[in-house]
Design a protein around this ligand. Sequence first.
Ligand SMILES: NC(=O)c1ccc[n+]([C@@H]2O[C@H](COP(=O)([O-])OP(=O)(O)OC[C@H]3O[C@@H](n4cnc5c(N)ncnc54)[C@H](O)[C@@H]3O)[C@@H](O)[C@H]2O)c1
Length: 363
Amino acid sequence: MSKEIEITVDGKVRSRIFPGRTLAEAAPHLEGYPEIFIVHDVNAAQYAESLASLAGDRVRGLLPVEATEEEKTFGTVLRIDRWLMDRSADRQALLLAVGGGITTDMAGFAACIYKRGIRFAFVPTTLLSQVDAAIGGKTGVNFDAYKNMLGVIRQPEFTYICPEVLETLPQRDFLSGAAELLKTFLIEDRKGCYETSAALLKSLREGASRKEYAAEIQTLVMEAAAIKAGIVSRDPYEAGERRFLNLGHTFAHAIEHEGNSGTGPVPAPTHGEAVAMGILLAARLSESLGKARPGLVSRLRKDFTEAGLPARCPFSLESLAEAMERDKKAEDGRIHFVILREPGAVETVSLTVAEAIQLLEYK
Ligand SMILES: NC(=O)c1ccc[n+]([C@@H]2O[C@H](COP(=O)([O-])OP(=O)(O)OC[C@H]3O[C@@H](n4cnc5c(N)ncnc54)[C@H](O)[C@@H]3O)[C@@H](O)[C@H]2O)c1
């Protein structure tokens, strides 16, 4: 069984990540909160109800929200805060968000601004939110056409991770999280977890059941969570190392933008699918710069394909360039591209979008 993980900021423990085999094992972590308000994804209602029954009459209500990027708005955050206000939530309150990254991002943000900030905690119900979104304290919503444009960084009280909730997750959403899992081990990998994950994902693709492999999945999820927690503890406000977590993401955001513009394949790529394609572009960029280990791109392509992830981007580099120019992480027209040397070894290079595209075209 994996161990509890701590996130420290400025030398103090600010957040804890608790592993468990079942939702029922979350009970001790809900103790000590006199009033609990549960905001949950409509598709994770059964898990929210199980958690509510563990906390009994300390639960003051359950609020379902739709987990779509269209609903991930300030309007929904205000609806959550009004719901808290109508129930006279005070500074003793704990907001417990149960769902994937959309739900934890929105509910976390609502908690951060309600009465200048109340306590909040997460029970992530997607693979992506278990390894990524529910760890590190980034909360927020989309604004105009821009993803996650409004938000704050503040750590949850705790994140409770258990494999039981993944049983109902649709395959495409599971794979979306698989891309972030692989991404984490491409950034840092002391225990050969990249290799193990790729093999496990291949077995799942070939018909093995998630239930049968729940313990193995949980071990890898907690390893990935520990890596992210370590990076966040060392760089909570993304001044340096935390940028590595953006591996593939500059390209991925542009791919998602193009996908949602209706010019590409239907349905549009999920975030994780876009991340998989983005990682491959980052590896190609690394190759063009002469920094990648020989065979890196073909190895990744093989692993991603065997896992069921896309290995080729359906959009032209020119069409991605414009979307990348608007990336909110651009500074003076330059972007810190995270590039991969080999699994477990990354670095950043500062390039303009035009330079990056030229290098990729040359390849
Ligand atoms: N805060 C961060 O650091 C961070 C990091 C990465 C991603 N994100 C954000 O996370 C969001 C994506 O989150 P996500 O991929 O976790 O998923 P999501 O919240 O978009 O959910 C994906 C789908 O799965 C459904 N679902 C969730 N849990 C389920 C379950 N257990 N069973 C059945 N269906 C279930 C949802 O209703 C939804 O239809 C994006 O908005 C992204 O910006 C945030």
